[in-house]
Design a binder for this molecule. Structure first.
Ligand code: CP
Ligand code: NVA
Length: 304
């Protein structure tokens, strides 16, 4: 039983296998074709937090693939006093072929994967957003032609998206640089984990955003306060103010693409001029969520 809880659940060869299916399905989609690779299969989406991209891209992907999807929000009582995660997961796994879970706690997704008996995909946790990172490197390759040996610089909070990008970059032989104040860089436990699973990967951290973006193929940012951190918003705005991705910063890397997972807080981590500017590929990233997740679903359900 294969799951995608963190990016390192896939090897480099497996990421490439997923991308190959994604590319094929994207070309067919662009030509107006929908290949029903998963007829009769059902995907459940169990979400504890809001979502536009992850929810809609997975649901449309299943429809295009000839299957069906069920969105299960808070009224199903997941991870609440209504019933245990184990009971919920075992029951749900008896009905559906795969589950996407977006949870407040990473451990909840791990617990679900242990009991569900069907593949579980992390649709975002406080620690990781693997589907986003896969779509991001897929997008970068489409725009630049390759990824190996290139640098992706993440400017801002070393959050769930940054952690997943660092891991995917390490898996695929890209250099990853995080530019953030020390308090918002990766914690020691995650750094040790990366060193253990990806020895030799070029993953660096700095407090200097200008040095970090110079020579980068991609500059990436995300909100300064993630879902669940709303109370820290004012404190984070102050601490991260010098890490805004604006026209002055992008002038140090005129050949780089600008990336953001969205949703964005315009005027905070990124200016309108950058996110709507000529270097931005944010809409391609969002569109590619669907194409890459089609590849992932077809690949994962083919393994099950
Ligand atoms: N990027 C992303 O995961 O967006 P949603 O929160 O809208 O799903
Ligand atoms: N870091 C953000 C990503 C949203 C897609 C969050 O967790 O809220």
């Amino acid at each position: 039983m294969r799951h995608l809880i963190v990016p390192e659940d896939l090897s480099a060869a497996e990421v490439e296998a997923v991308f190959a299916v994604s590319r094929d399905l994207q070309e067919k989609f662009t030509a107006g074709r929908r290949d029903a690779l998963l007829p009769g299969r059902v995907l459940a989406l169990v979400f504890e937090k809001p979502s536009l991209r992850t929810r809609v891209s997975f649901q449309t992907a299943m429809t295009h693939l000839g299957g069906a999807s069920l969105f299960l929000g808070e009224d199903t009582g997941f991870a609440s006093s209504r019933e245990s995660i184990a009971d919920f997961g075992r029951v749900l796994g008896g009905y559906v072929d795969a589950i996407v879970c977006r949870s407040k706690s990473h451990d909840t997704i791990c617990q679900l994967a242990e009991v569900a008996g069907v593949p579980v995909i992390n649709g975002l946790s406080d620690q990781s957003h693997p589907c986003q990172a896969l779509a991001d490197v897929y997008t970068l390759r489409q725009h630049v032609g390759r990824v190996q040996g290139l640098t992706l610089t993440f400017v801002g909070d070393g959050n769930n998206v940054a952690r997943s990008l660092a891991t995917v970059c390490g898996i695929l032989g890209m250099r990853f640089v995080l530019a953030a104040p020390r308090a918002y860089q990766f914690d020691a436990g995650f750094r040790r984990h990366l060193a253990a699973i990806l020895p030799g990967a070029e993953i660096e951290e700095t407090t200097d955003p200008v040095a970090a973006v110079t020579g980068a193929a991609a500059v990436y940012t995300d909100v300064w306060a993630s879902m669940g951190q709303e109370k820290e918003r004012a404190e984070r705005q102050k601490a991260l103010a010098a890490y805004q991705v604006n026209e002055a910063l992008m002038a140090h890397c005129p050949d780089a693409v600008f990336m953001h997972c969205l949703p964005a807080r315009r005027g905070e981590e990124v200016t309108d001029g950058v996110i709507d500017g000529p270097q931005s590929v944010v809409l391609a990233q969002a569109a590619n969520r669907m194409h890459v997740q089609k590849g992932l679903l077809a690949w994962l359900l083919g393994q099950a």
